[in-house]
Design a protein around this ligand. Structure first.
Ligand code: PMP
Ligand code: GLN
Length: 401
């Protein structure tokens, strides 16, 4: 019997309606699913969804196979393999000069999307408010709404997409439970300085607001700049969840392994949820990551991505797109298309995929109110030949601009 012919009782139907996830910013289906599918249907170059299209480091791939062959194939401990948590603590100490307790402050998660969801679920009650700076990664608002809370959105200020501190201050109410921050930023490539963190600290000093710091692109910062982690800010660190993804460090987004760093009480609250949601994370992947971190021989990801960003910027100059600000971090570059078209960005992105064979992300879907500044997002975390072929296609736009 096909699923369509199933007779679902009214009770079950009601239940399904009640349990239906809120629509959130991206509508029923995430923009990443939509654009990647459209790219495939049209044989387009996929510069939409953020994932590298090149091979991962050979040593890391080898370690994954070895872990499986050596028999590391059963559940790992609920908070994550001790060896991996210790490797993470060592890495944080080395890169940020900060001590993190591997046992009580680090939880390995199946990716950062999950880490964000579980952090929200650990702290939110019905009716709470969360401040979200937009444009924003598309899971934030639905995750807040799934917890019965309200997303209070504030637009970042183009062209550099810096925060409007007065607006943030004005948005704080007695119900504000949290603010979610993302640096380096998807989709704008903006990077926060210590000054930004100091401003935030000042604004929330006399409140109970908790910070979710999405730092998945922490290791992808360009032009000699440095990422400043919330963990380095002694005042904020005590009231923050810092969220990370190995996918962005080792170019293996499909492994879906990340981690949360938070003070012990926050960590306990997250683990209470984590133990009943997934219990533990892919064991061979954790082994491979831990061993690799002990002796990492690959070039750092910022070196790889800086070359790609520079190459992409030189290519895009040969097209009618406008770059207002080069990305300072992440693997995304925003571009304006006013020289080409005045279509709304969602229509423009579809048209570009179908007619010119290059898929991108329309930025308006990353705003709750669908603010359309006629910008699209390119992912440049791709092989040189992929970027070259995309540019060949985009250069043809000159003829119509
Ligand atoms: N946060 C941001 C800003 C992202 O761009 C992404 C996308 N990869 C994530 C979180 C989620 O990372 P993961 O793939 O580890 O779930
Ligand atoms: N973070 C990736 C992006 O912004 C996609 C993640 C996803 O597909 N959910 O493109």
């Amino acid at each position: 019997m096909s699923i369509n012919n199933w007779k679902i009782s009214k009770d079950v139907k009601d239940l399904l309606n009640v349990r239906k996830a809120p629509l959130g910013v991206g509508g029923v289906t995430s923009i990443f699913t939509i654009m990647s599918a459209l790219a495939q249907q049209n044989n387009a170059i996929n510069l939409s969804q953020g994932f590298p299209d090149f091979h991962i480091d050979e040593q890391l791939a080898h370690l994954l196979g070895e872990a499986a062959h050596k028999g590391h194939n059963q559940y790992s401990p609920m908070p994550g393999l001790p060896a991996l948590r210790q490797a993470i603590a060592g890495d944080i100490k080395k890169r940020y000069g900060v001590d993190v307790d591997a046992d009580n402050e680090i939880t390995v998660t199946p990716g950062a999307t999950y880490a964000i969801y579980t952090a929200f679920t650990a702290i939110l009650q019905q009716g709470d408010e969360v401040i979200v700076l937009e444009p924003a990664y598309d899971s934030y608002v639905p995750n807040i709404e799934m917890n019965g809370a309200k997303a209070v959105t504030i637009a970042l200020q183009a062209p550099r997409f810096n925060p409007d501190w007065n607006k943030i201050k004005d948005a704080i109410t007695s119900r504000t439970r949290a603010i979610i921050v993302n640096t380096p930023h998807n989709p704008t490539g903006a990077v926060w300085s210590k000054k930004d963190w100091d401003q935030l600290a000042e604004i929330i000093r006399d409140t109970n607001i908790i910070v979710l710091s999405d730092e998945v692109y922490e290791q992808i910062v360009f032009d000699g700049m440095k990422h400043y982690s919330v963990l380095q800010h002694p005042e904020l660190r005590q009231r923050s969840f810092a969220l990370y993804s190995f996918g962005k460090v080792y170019n293996n987004t499909g492994w879906k392994v990340g981690y949360t760093i938070a003070p012990p009480a926050y960590t306990q609250a997250v683990r209470r949820i984590h133990q009943f949601l997934v219990f533990s994370v892919n064991t061979p992947a954790q082994y491979a990551l831990a061993l690799n971190m002990a002796n990492d021989t690959a070039p750092p990801v910022h070196t790889i991505m800086q070359k790609k960003r520079d190459h992409f910027l030189s290519l895009i100059k040969q097209t009618p797109f406008t770059i207002y600000e080069p990305a300072r971090g992440s693997y995304f570059q925003l571009a304006g298309y006013s020289n080409i078209s005045n279509l709304p960005d969602t229509e423009f992105a579809q048209w570009l995929t179908k007619e010119y064979g290059v898929a991108t992300i329309p930025v308006s879907v990353l705003y709750k109110n669908k603010k359309d500044d006629r910008l699209i997002r390119f992912c440049f975390a791709k092989k040189e030949e992929t970027l070259n072929e995309a540019a060949n296609r985009l250069r043809r736009l000159k003829a119509i601009s």
